[in-house]
Design a protein around this ligand. Structure first.
Ligand SMILES: NC(=O)c1ccc[n+]([C@@H]2O[C@H](COP(=O)([O-])OP(=O)(O)OC[C@H]3O[C@@H](n4cnc5c(N)ncnc54)[C@H](O)[C@@H]3O)[C@@H](O)[C@H]2O)c1
Length: 362
């Protein structure tokens, strides 16, 4: 069992990482249960694939699952309202801990419900997708989407604990595994060139199921995220913003594809674009952009714009991204592998010229 402390929020909280931790869920979650009960928020896929293991691991605790439809559509006002009504109907108190058992969608939605319900109740994260295990379950950002933008409405609300069981990845669809891997590569690309080199050497084995590689990548990712979150919990000093590398492009691509692209896939393509745009601006050696792109592509992730993509619309979506400040765009760009930085006042004209060339395959 690996334990990492995250120093954020009212008190530090533990992240436990290991294989078959669901089997120990009863012991690990005992401090968070009230009157022998745990209220679990999950989605249909996760419950069908892993619900039995969790119930078995909880032993004598009563698990009361609230099971929502899977998919990004559940990160919405109507789903949040239904969830809050269910919590009320179950008699959940402000001292109860919700248990977010699922991928980033469930983590963001249940975390936001916890932040609001009875003015805030605690919650625990049990992330089941690779993306949630290396990124979204730690750091306390919770949100839902609106028609205007992804994650437009939310709150900072740190979990009381995070329990990461690598065994649950056994039922995760392959495309979701690859999408989550993009966020692992991100930590190397933004600030850790040695870890990026490790990804180049070990990524294929990790994706194929190598347990030691998965544990190492999850631990390295969570340590990197924990350090950044501790330094800039509320995302005000630019440090935490680096975690959004590839995300302004990525959110625009997700929206433009009607969410046909998975979040991690959009981020992979967004990171490749951020590298090539940085190279075009003369900020980063073209060889570094080629190297980053080559590894993402070799990992089965998209790295080029689809030919039917309209550059003007992409640019408009990027302008809507909540990270854009007045004037030019604020983007995370890079000077090389492991050297991402926050660039303010990026010229929209340069960006449009770049996107037009990319869409034309140049
Ligand atoms: N809060 C943050 O800091 C943060 C960071 C990154 C991403 N996010 C958010 O996370 C969301 C994406 O998360 P995601 O990629 O985990 O998507 P997701 O939660 O929708 O999960 C992806 C799919 O995999 C299924 N699934 C998950 N675990 C499974 C398992 N073990 N076995 C079988 N099926 C399983 C789900 O039912 C779903 O169909 C986005 O909404 C994004 O905005 C939040």
């Amino acid at each position: 069992l690996i334990t990492i402390e995250v120093a954020a929020g009212a008190r530090p909280y533990p992240v436990w990482i290991g294989r078959d931790l669901l089997g120990q869920a009863g012991a690990l979650l005992a401090p968070f249960a009230r009157a022998g009960r745990l209220v679990i928020v999950t989605d249909e896929n996760v419950w069908a694939a892993q619900g039995e293991r969790l119930v078995a691991g909880l032993g004598s605790f009563r698990a009361e699952p609230i099971i929502l439809p899977p998919g990004e559509a559940s990160k919405s006002w109507p789903a949040l309202e239904q969830l809050i009504d269910r919590l009320a109907a179950l008699g959940v108190e402000r001292t109860d801990h919700l248990v977010a058992f699922g991928g980033g969608m469930i983590g963001d939605l249940a975390g936001f419900a916890a932040a609001m319900f009875k003015r805030g109740c605690p919650y625990v994260q049990l992330p089941t997708s690779l993306l949630a295990q290396v990124d979204s379950s730690v750091g306390g950002k919770t949100a839902i989407n609106t028609a205007t933008a992804k994650n437009l409405v939310g709150a900072f609300h740190q979990p009381a604990a995070v329990l990461i069981d690598t065994a649950v990845l056994g039922t995760l669809p392959a495309c979701e595994l690859h999408a989550g891997y993009a966020e692992i590569v991100k930590y190397g690309l933004i600030g850790d060139p040695a870890f990026f080199a490790w990804c180049e050497a070990m990524g294929e084995r990790l994706l194929a199921g190598d347990e030691a590689a998965r544990l190492h990548a999850i631990e390295t990712s969570i340590r990197a995220k924990a350090a950044i979150v501790a330094a800039d919990e509320r995302d005000t000093e630019g440090r935490r913003a680096l975690l959004n590398f590839g995300h302004t492009f990525g959110h625009a691509l997700e929206l433009e594809s009607g969410y046909a692209l998975l979040h991690g896939e959009a981020v992979a393509l967004g990171m490749a674009l951020a590298f090539r745009f940085s190279a075009r601006l003369g900020l980063c050696p073209p060889a570094a952009a080629d190297r980053a792109t080559a590894h993402l592509a070799a990992s089965g992730l998209p790295t080029t714009l689809p030919s039917d993509c309209a550059p003007e619309r992409l640019l408009a979506h990027m302008g809507h991204d909540k990270k854009a400040a007045g004037g030019g765009l604020t983007l995370i760009l890079t000077r090389g592998i492991g050297q991402a930085f926050l660039a303010r006042d990026v010229s929209e004209q340069h960006l449009l010229t770049f996107l037009t060339a990319e869409a034309a395959g140049r």
